[in-house]
Design a protein around this ligand. Structure first.
Ligand code: GLA
Length: 387
């Protein structure tokens, strides 16, 4: 029988610590549209994956954190030791943040992890681990989170990853893992921090294909893009002669003024952000009214902008998206996540989903010599504690 991630984490902890503990699980996420907009005060539209990461914890005496992961093996460290480039860093980062807010005691614990979210593929396995860890630790300390604390918790996970682990990231991933709901994508305004549900029409599915190309965020590209956006913001303020807090406050009508004034690279970064926000709006409205050609245009437009203006796609993701245009039942497609590899997402009519998946795999294999991993999914539920 197929064991759920939660059952696996429970069993691991019981074998390892002698007793069960408190448990939680959190999904990975796929961003449908709105890429590289979260840290620019813009719009994102993620959904939760069906794949989840489960965490079981039990406080122990002393200050050691002892971990066992079904996928990554055992790891052990002092709670307050500096990060050691191990999966346990994500767990310790969250625990240290939670202890700073007095949510949990600052002491050691045993932790077991079982994850279904593929790592390194831009589907936020790290956010799933952080969110599940936070919920499990809160439950273990008898301080469970209320639903109105979800946003604070998402920010806490973001701080753990960017501050302690040292991987720069935005609010998109932990937010989606915590707050997404089954059957829906979630439209988040990252400046106002307000959100609303956008149901995925029931006749549609997501096909996700992993290019297999791995460029970790920490390799620098993501950081460089964020720095370019900072510079672009500073220069745009000068040109537009008004105070703007983020690039998302720039209107499309202001782009011509920026075109000649900013270095070409910075101008194209701004153009991506400004046009991407509009595409998120267009896509969300189109989904609500089942105007599928409009939704598809927004997805393909997003990919083109990420390829030409933001320059974060790669040959593998470009091919998968181009192939989509020729396949029956595909509404639209784009790269998803930070880019430089990772996954593509294809919005597909369910009746055609299996055929689309197989033809994408075959086309990719013909060009790149290997069959990529691919999944069919509908939006899954957000994170939860067990019991
Ligand atoms: C990574 C980050 C997110 C977001 C995306 C790009 O996944 O963790 O916060 O910036 O890249 O949209």
């Amino acid at each position: 029988m197929h064991e759920s991630a939660l059952e696996a984490a429970r069993e691991l902890l019981t074998n390892f610590a002698g007793l069960p503990g408190s448990e939680a699980e959190a999904p990975g996420r796929v961003n449908l549209i709105g890429e590289h907009t979260d840290y620019n005060g813009g719009l994102v539209l993620p959904a939760a994956l069906a794949q989840r990461t489960a965490v079981a914890v039990r406080f122990s005496d002393g200050s050691r954190v002892r971990g066992v992961s079904r996928e990554e093996g055992a790891a052990e460290s002092e709670l307050e030791a500096p990060p050691g480039r191990a999966w346990l860093d994500y767990v310790r980062g969250v625990a240290l943040e939670l202890s700073a807010t007095h949510r949990i005691p600052r002491r050691g614990f045993d932790v077991a992890v079982a994850g279904e979210v593929p790592g390194g593929s831009g589907l936020s396995s790290s956010a799933a681990l952080e969110v599940a860890t936070a919920l499990a630790l809160g439950a273990a300390a008898d301080r469970p989170f209320r639903s109105d604390e979800a946003l604070d918790l998402a920010r806490l996970c973001q701080r753990a990853e960017s501050g302690f682990v040292g991987v720069p990231c935005g609010i998109l991933d932990p937010f989606a893992s915590l707050l997404a709901r089954e059957g829906e994508a979630i439209l988040l305004d990252c400046a106002r921090m307000t959100w609303e549900a956008v149901p995925l029409p029931t006749q549609l599915e997501l096909v996700i294909v992993d290019t297999g190309v791995r460029r970790a965020l920490r390799e620098g590209g993501y950081k460089t893009r964020r720095e370019e956006c900072e510079q672009a913001l500073e220069s745009s303020r000068g040109v537009l002669a008004r105070t703007i807090a983020t690039l998302s406050e720039i209107g499309p009508h202001e782009l011509p003024a920026l075109r000649g004034a900013l270095p070409s690279v910075l101008y194209r970064r701004v153009r991506h952000v400004v046009t991407e926000n509009r595409r998120v709006h267009a896509f969300a409205n189109a989904l609500r009214h089942a105007h599928l050609p409009v939704a598809g245009e927004a997805l393909y437009g997003s990919h083109a902008s990420l390829r030409d203006d933001y320059e974060v796609t790669c040959d593998e993701s470009d091919l998968l998206v181009e192939q989509s245009r020729t396949l029956p039942g595909v509404v639209g497609a784009r790269m998803t996540g930070a880019g430089w590899g990772g996954c593509t997402v294809h919005l597909v009519e369910s009746d055609h989903a299996q055929e689309v998946l197989e033809r994408l795999q075959a086309g990719f294999a013909a060009r790149f010599g290997q069959v990529p991993r691919a999944w069919r999914t509908r939006p899954g539920p957000g994170a939860r504690t067990s019991g």
